[in-house]
Design a protein around this ligand. Structure first.
Ligand code: SAM
Length: 288
């Protein structure tokens, strides 16, 4: 298609969809961006320049991909829907720095796609799988410098929440262990086709060189975090005792809580990541 006709123009999006007899698949979380201002904000937040290699998750019909191709060194776009591949081949035909891969992002060997070269991840993510995608990217230590994504506003708020706020939970702690979150923009439903039922936000997660806290047993710390927020109205000691294979008694947990300088009646939602790390270390050598 003509390079002057950008897909972020809603009329062009509608025409491409119609000409290709494309039907949106809700099961793939297909809400395509139709607002160039929002795309500009994504590109700015991701700090894309001609030296940047980009991995785009779910290019759709290629709207964000066109802007990435204009601004980045290279773009690798992984799309699961086979019906979109021939469309992408047409809409991105003018760009020789774009590689389209048909596949499921959850099954890709992402590091292998970049062969040791630095890259950033940018996406308007499918909302049905936002948290699993982000957690798997962070936990598997995918070597991306940053992850800039459009997600549900409510999920973005949880990712950047601090202790004491209603949004604070296991997701906040997991994200902030690996990355520094920055909320770049709030985006209303009318910027998408079709419109989602929820508000959206662009968030950038800048990967930390090393996790934000030191802890002896990372998996124990995350188990304690899950226990604390699984029953967030309970005291921490009550929530942790006998949670999913943890076999600490309430007394053992209360002693560890006192040892790190907190009140035994404290609830998990009051603890910072650093305090969860200290608690985990205090319990690491206690009999479990
Ligand atoms: N980037 C496009 C845009 O902004 O207009 C489309 C965004 S749409 C919210 C999400 C895209 O991700 C869809 O094209 C969908 O088919 C694709 N998708 C869904 N699940 C996927 C997966 N597991 N792996 C790769 N792509 C996926």
């Amino acid at each position: 298609m003509n390079r002057e006709e950008m897909l972020s123009n809603p009329k062009v999006t509608a025409r491409v969809i119609q000409e290709n007899n494309f039907t949106f698949r809700k099961s793939f979380g297909q809400n395509f961006l139709i607002d160039s201002h929002v795309i500009d904000k994504i590109i700015a937040a991701a700090e894309i320049d001609k030296d940047t290699n980009v991995l785009e998750i779910g290019p759709g019909i290629g709207t964000l991909t066109q802007y990435l191709a204009e601004n980045a060194g290279s773009v690798t776009a992984v799309e699961i829907d086979d019906k979109l591949i021939p469309i992408l081949e047409k809409t991105l035909a003018d760009y020789d720095n774009v590689r389209i891969i048909h596949g499921d992002i959850m099954k890709q060997d992402i590091a292998a796609l970049f062969e040791g070269q630095r890259f950033k991840i940018v996406a308007n993510l499918p909302y049905y799988i936002t948290t699993p995608i982000i957690m798997s990217l962070l936990e598997s230590h995918v070597p991306a410098d940053s992850i800039t994504v459009m997600i549900q506003k409510e999920v973005a708020d949880r990712m950047k929440a601090s202790p004491g706020s209603k949004d604070y939970g296991a997701l906040s702690l997991a994200v902030q262990y690996y990355a520094e979150p920055y909320l770049a923009a709030n985006v209303p439903p009318n910027c998408f086709m079709p419109r989602p039922n929820v508000g959206s936000a662009v968030i950038r997660l800048t990967r930390l060189e090393k996790p934000s806290v030191e802890v002896k047993d990372e998996s124990l710390m995350f188990k304690l975090i899950r226990a604390a927020f699984n029953q967030r109205r309970k005291t921490l000691a009550n929530a942790v005792k006998n949670f999913e294979g943890l076999s600490y008694s309430r007394e053992e947990v209360e002693k560890a809580i006192t040892d790190i300088g907190l009140d035994t009646r404290v609830r998990g939602e009051a603890l910072s990541l650093k305090e969860f790390a200290l608690l985990s270390d205090a319990l690491t050598f206690a009999p479990a």
